[in-house]
Design a protein around this ligand. Structure first.
Ligand SMILES: *[C@@H]1O[C@H](CO)[C@@H](O)[C@H](O)[C@H]1NC(C)=O
Ligand SMILES: *[C@@H]1O[C@H](CO)[C@@H](O)[C@H](O)[C@H]1NC(C)=O
Ligand SMILES: *[C@@H]1O[C@H](CO)[C@@H](O)[C@H](O)[C@H]1NC(C)=O
Ligand SMILES: *[C@@H]1O[C@H](CO)[C@@H](O)[C@H](O)[C@H]1NC(C)=O
Ligand SMILES: *[C@@H]1O[C@H](CO)[C@@H](O)[C@H](O)[C@H]1NC(C)=O
Ligand SMILES: *[C@@H]1O[C@H](CO)[C@@H](O)[C@H](O)[C@H]1NC(C)=O
Ligand SMILES: *[C@@H]1O[C@H](CO)[C@@H](O)[C@H](O)[C@H]1NC(C)=O
Ligand SMILES: CC(=O)N[C@H]1CO[C@H](CO)[C@@H](O)[C@@H]1O
Length: 648
């Protein structure tokens, strides 16, 4: 393995350019003649052309992939866990800053000592490996310190979405089977409302100011409790195994109740290591993370860089579009994270002509829309964007490592066997895979959108699917008998399309496509047309149920607080660009829109409210083809639709 690592080290990102070229020349000398023979025999020139075009990219990807596998194999063999790797980092950089937060600075030693106090306290109270603690706290260094401390004891932390209230919050805490809930002072009222319904033994409250002693009746004050606890390392830290469970992370479902995905130490290490290697991150990079830490993107991909690789990180309690670049400048960040619609909000907040003044070179995240990609990187002078695709619990991750506009990643066409992800045909309306006469699934051709799936191999971390706490939910995400009897694939539930170069583009989430007048309507296509017209305003398209009609009628909600939207022009632009059946029937003009924790628009609530004039206080309109516009949806029209007097 040593010599392999040497090669990898030589051909690395910042490595010697001469050796790099030399390596390519060597590889080319072997591959090109072979390819030529193959081509002349098979007349596959086109294939050759694309293989040539993507050669550079594919060699790099192969190198990173190898590097990542070598690293993970090594950690696995040496039985490393996250707390063990963190100990090594603390030894290496005791006085380096781990976190910048507001005006605080936390060194690695401070973070380590704080987490030891947590561990020692909970050990004293009799908690042990396998116990579960639920954590609901805003972004701050203590957030990481708390779960890190618990992980040293082998305790699992359920990371609770701080935006939850009432039943959904009770549900998340309940299904985690946590014995303890730790929450921040900010959520005092929310917790007070539901605490009788929780099954936990103890509730700890964390107050921002230690001097603030008022807490909920019956709760414990976390900072006071741990004050006397020892700051020294526990022997348990050394006992963990890579397969030990670390977290429950709740998938941010835009539909249904959240599900708890199980995350092991090894998986945390895999996600972090993948980002570090594919992104060519350096230990001197300072990373800016305003993303919520209870999700994978911020809480693992981001935080992992600090805990495993020793990067300094600037945290922010809550994302703010107008402070994004100012923060990056303040903390000298060279890398910044984004998610969901964040980039669009940053663009909206930007005032033309303001000088660009920040040290950020690289951004990584998920959700940069193809429509604003170019404008974003040009406006803010971003050198590299690493857009990735992946689910917390999934085994089919992709990353765009070469700035390809709009792509979520790629898999070299030659190596689809090494990284077994596929696109298969599915029923657009239900999302169910289609099957051929042999009852097997049908693979898509280039350019054909399909359901993105990844083969499950229970023997390999990268290809495994560890499932949810809920076994039934786990089964629902697995498709069996895909390409041969007995195989199993993870179903991402997303529709992607692949081009000839191997790049993947996001098309749609299954369930986002609906049927209307016997035709399939893809919401993303309509959204693209609308976005072109309304520019950076928020909008979302979905299908709503109309009594007495087949399928779903299209509906669009647009946020237009100042009322400047012209309904005639909107109609004209939809008419021009879409077939008749795809033009939304209903239009809702909202003042603002709710977001999920990952900065996506909440479609489910809008869909449930439909076009019910009695439930919705926003302005509602219905398509009016005669007048080429959207006309107000009056109570009378609404009643007529419901009674079936007015047919759509
Ligand atoms: C949570 O558990 C408690 C106690 O078993 C139960 O009363 C409550 O209804 C549960 N709530 C939810 C939302 O599951
Ligand atoms: C706190 O709870 C205890 C027991 O449940 C009760 O006796 C006491 O009155 C409560 N105090 C306040 C301030 O609500
Ligand atoms: C950022 O860099 C500048 C110049 O090198 C330095 O003066 C400043 O202290 C740095 N800021 C932080 C938060 O480290
Ligand atoms: C996983 O490993 C076990 C035992 O080594 C073997 O029986 C099984 O076939 C393997 N499964 C796969 C999918 O490779
Ligand atoms: C894969 O996941 C299954 C189910 O959670 C688990 O039993 C198995 O140990 C995992 N295998 C590896 C190699 O992580
Ligand atoms: C899971 O599915 C089985 C069989 O379909 C059913 O009996 C069981 O109640 C389900 N469990 C849960 C928690 O939904
Ligand atoms: C729409 O057209 C109808 C005739 O087709 C007309 O009576 C009505 O006034 C028009 N409404 C508007 C808002 O222009
Ligand atoms: C990400 C986030 O915090 N979203 C929402 C959480 O809830 C508050 C108020 O309930 C909203 O203001 C946030 O936008």
């Amino acid at each position: 393995m040593y010599s392999l690592r040497r090669i990898v080290a030589i051909v690395n990102c910042s490595g010697d350019k001469t050796l790099y070229k030399w390596f390519f020349a060597g590889a080319a000398a072997v591959i090109i003649p072979l390819l030529l023979v193959y081509l002349i025999k098979n007349k596959r020139y086109k294939f050759f052309y694309f293989a040539y075009k993507t050669f550079n990219r594919d060699i790099r990807a192969a190198k990173y992939f190898l590097q990542m596998n070598v690293q993970l194999g090594k950690w696995n063999r040496k039985k490393k866990t996250l707390p063990k790797l963190f100990e090594e980092i603390v030894k290496e950089y005791p006085n380096k800053i781990a976190f910048y937060f507001e005006d605080e600075q936390w060194t690695f030693t401070q973070l380590d000592q704080f987490s030891n106090q947590i561990a020692n306290h909970f050990k004293e109270k009799g908690y042990k490996k396998g116990d579960i603690v639920a954590l609901m706290l805003e972004n701050r260094p203590e957030y990481v310190g708390i779960w890190l401390g618990l992980s040293k004891l082998g305790i699992l932390t359920a990371l609770i979405n701080t935006n939850l209230t009432e039943d959904s919050l009770t549900h998340c805490v309940n299904i985690s089977e946590a014995k303890v809930l730790i929450h921040g002072g900010l959520y005092e009222t929310v917790i007070n409302n539901i605490k009788e319904k929780l099954k936990v033994q103890h509730i700890y409250q964390f107050n921002e100011e230690i001097s603030k002693t008022s807490i909920l009746n019956g709760s414990l004050n976390l900072m006071q409790e741990i004050q006397s606890a020892s700051k020294t390392e526990l022997p348990e830290t050394l006992l963990g195994e890579p397969q030990d469970k670390l977290f429950y992370i709740y998938t941010s479902g835009t539909t249904g109740l959240p599900k708890a995905a199980v995350l092991t130490n090894l998986r945390f290490m895999y996600i972090t290591c993948g980002m570090h290697i594919f992104g060519c991150f350096d230990v001197y990079d300072i990373i800016y993370t305003p993303l919520p830490l209870y999700h994978t993107a911020g809480g693992i991909m981001g935080i992992g860089q600090t805990l495993i690789y020793g990067n300094s990180m600037a945290l922010r309690k809550k994302f703010s579009a107008s402070n994004y670049w100012a923060d990056c400048k303040k903390y000298n960040c060279t890398i910044a994270q984004y998610i969901g619609e964040m980039c669009r909000y940053i663009l909206i907040a930007y005032k033309e002509e303001t000088p660009i003044d920040h040290p950020v070179k690289i951004m990584f995240g998920n959700g940069l829309r193809p429509q604003i990609w170019k404008k974003f990187v040009e406006t803010f002078k971003i050198e590299k964007v690493f857009e990735f695709y992946g689910a917390t619990e999934g085994n089919s991750n992709l990353m765009n490592i070469d700035n390809k506009e709009g792509a979520v990643g790629f898999v070299p066409r030659l190596s689809m066997g090494l990284y077994p992800v596929s696109l298969i045909k599915s029923d657009e309306a239900t999302g169910e895979p289609l099957r051929n006469t042999k009852e097997l699934c049908i693979e898509c051709k280039i350019g054909e959108p399909g359901l993105f799936i990844g083969r499950i191999d229970v023997n390999r971390t990268i290809r495994n699917f560890t499932g949810y706490a809920d076994k039934n939910a786990t089964q629902k995400k697995i498709i069996t008998d895909v390409f041969k009897k007995g195989d199993a694939y993870f179903n991402t539930g997303d529709l992607l399309v692949q081009d000839e170069m191997g790049y993947f583009y996001f098309k749609d989430r299954t369930g986002d496509t609906f049927r209307w007048k016997g035709e399939n309507v893809a919401t993303t296509e309509i959204e693209a047309v609308i976005t072109n017209y309304i520019q950076l305003k928020d909008s979302i398209v979905y299908g709503v149920v109309v009594p007495g009609t087949e399928g779903r009628a299209g509906m669009v909600t647009i946020v237009d607080p100042d009322g400047t939207l012209s309904r005639e022009n909107l109609y004209a632009s939809l008419k021009k660009n879409l077939p008749l059946y795809a033009i939304p029937v209903f239009l809702r003009i909202a003042k603002s829109m709710d977001l999920t924790g990952t900065f996506k628009i909440k479609k489910k609530d809008l869909q449930d409210e439909g076009f019910d004039v009695n439930r919705i206080h926003d302005k509602l309109y219905i398509i009016d083809a005669k007048n080429s516009t959207y006309s107000p949806l009056t109570n009378e029209i609404y009643e007529n639709i419901i009674n079936g007097k007015l047919r759509l």
